[in-house]
Write a protein that binds this ligand. Structure first.
Ligand code: B12
Ligand code: SF4
Ligand code: SF4
Length: 403
């Protein structure tokens, strides 16, 4: 072999071995990051190259144009970032998507017939997951940046990131027909979060959809909020109505809400993939005993201070006492149980219009027409708020006041 060629061959081999070494470094770096995620308390992790994230501008625009977001105007802001993770932080080269298992043995569906109990959805029965996951993200991110000298930004829920499609692309699971992420390992019960970093990694393969011909989540939805497979009209969803919706809950949904007082788990709980769900080992996600099967009575006399104290580390605190009691009163009305009459009567004098309105509605659901008219005679003339007045009038289809 001529000398020049042999040197060329040597250089090629050494360049190739450097590339291979870099490749091995990247693979081992990626593996060690994913492995470390477990030590920091995450159950499942995967990496996606930012270039391979999807731009979901069309899907998000359609959702917003159809007004499926209801009062959640914040979904309309920063749309360009929300629909395209590449725009959120220009320096980002990869995203680590993390899942936290919050499954516990209880099943919300079993509570639906216990009319004097309030159903708090599983995710809200323990410590506020934002607090718990943020703490873990912070220490995991510090470990990554200390070990690999990179820049990092982490998010859980509150940033303009669409976490479900990101998690699907990263291979954590697939968006089921109810739109939430379903995992073969954990079923429906994963919280999602993400870490953006400026190291370039190869993506893990995207998850395949395993819904097949199943329609259980669509069929069970009490308000038909899943308007087509993979599309939800949030305005109709009980989770939205009881958590995000700040004003009076439209009459059309009050009976369907049943005894769900905070969120809804029905479409998640019915999914056949839950048979693979494992019980969480994270103490932060172990439900508080008094929130698993709480009686409606235990909430009816909460004032603002008591409410804040009771839910001090819970995500329920976010909706405030008035919205919470509004929800409880809907469940009370749906119980048709006369044992609540003394509590309802007290709430007819509450300082919150939201509460007084639902106290009137609950009364109407429980009393017969004659007894309701007796109460109306006492309270209607004292009432100054138009919406509460209408709630009294609506009971007997009288013409409503509009000015
Ligand atoms: C807004 C919001 C809500 C709203 C709207 C729900 C929704 N589906 O968008 C309301 C208040 C109703 C809600 C309820 C709940 N939420 Co929520 N919510 C969010 C939030 C903040 C944003 C979601 C969003 O971007 N929505 C906008 C719409 C446009 O997005 P999308 O549903 O993904 O839309 C997709 C489909 O339309 C799809 N699509 C359209 N056509 C087609 C066709 C095919 C074939 C396919 C595959 C897809 C597809 O493309 C779109 C983009 O992916 C996320 C956190 C986050 N930052 O991502 C949490 C989040 C989605 N919520 C969560 C949870 C736990 C819940 C509840 C279970 C809580 C409860 N128990 O009450 C319920 C579930 C209700 C339900 N069935 O979705 C978790 C879900 C975890 C998971 N495993 O998926 C998240 C990720 C929070 C978190 N950090 O863990 N939520
Ligand atoms: S959370 Fe409840 S109301 Fe909302 S889509 Fe699922 S089943 Fe329907
Ligand atoms: S219930 Fe059926 S359709 Fe719905 S997410 Fe689960 S597998 Fe898919």
């Amino acid at each position: 072999m001529p000398k020049r060629n042999s040197e060329y061959a040597k250089r090629t081999v050494s360049r190739r071995s450097q590339e291979e070494k870099n490749q091995i470094d990247f693979v081992s770096k990626k593996n060690s990051i994913l492995k470390a995620s477990k030590k920091f308390g995450f159950d499942i992790a995967s990496i996606i190259n930012i270039k391979e994230t999807k731009n979901l501008e069309v899907e998000l625009r359609q959702f917003l144009e159809k007004k499926h977001h209801g009062e959640m105007e914040w979904l309309n802001r920063k749309k360009e970032f929300r629909s395209d993770p590449k725009k959120l932080w220009k320096e980002a080269k990869s995203v680590i998507v993390l899942g936290s298992n919050y499954h516990f043995e209880t099943n919300s569906l079993d509570l639906l017939n216990k009319k004097n109990k309030g159903i708090i959805s599983v995710y809200a029965r323990s410590k506020d997951y934002h607090l718990s996951i943020k703490k873990k993200l912070k220490s995991f991110s510090k470990w990554i940046s200390d070990n690999y000298q990179c820049q990092i930004k982490f998010f859980v829920d509150t940033a303009p990131v669409m976490e479900k499609p990101l998690a699907m692309r990263a291979g954590i699971g697939w968006q089921g027909k109810h739109t939430n992420l379903v995992s073969k390992e954990y079923g429906s019960w994963l919280f999602l979060s993400s870490i953006f970093l400026d190291i370039e990694f190869n993506s893990n393969p995207e998850s395949k959809n395993h819904c097949g011909s199943c329609t259980k989540c669509i069929d069970i939805c009490p308000t038909n909020a899943i308007v087509e497979p993979y599309k939800i009209d949030a305005k109709k969803c009980i989770s939205y109505l009881t958590i995000e919706h700040k004003s009076h809950i439209p009459k059309a949904y009050r009976n369907q809400i049943g005894n769900r007082i905070y969120g809804c788990d029905d479409c998640l709980a019915v999914c056949p993939w839950n048979k693979y769900a494992k019980k969480t080992s994270d103490i932060d996600f172990i439900p508080k005993k008094n929130l698993i099967e709480p009686t409606l009575k235990s909430f009816l006399s909460l004032d603002d201070t008591m409410f804040r104290k009771k839910f001090s580390r819970s995500s329920i605190k976010r909706i405030g006492r008035n919205r919470f009691i509004r929800n409880v009163l809907i469940a009370v009305g749906n119980s048709k149980n006369k044992n609540y009459l003394s509590e309802i009567t007290l709430l007819l004098n509450d300082s919150s219009d939201l509460v007084r309105s639902m106290a009137v509605w609950a009364l109407k659901e429980i009393l017969n027409k004659k007894d309701f008219e007796i109460q109306k005679k006492i309270y209607y003339k004292k009432e100054r708020n138009l919406e509460v007045k209408n709630e009294w009038l609506d009971s007997d289809n009288q013409i409503q006041i509009t000015h």
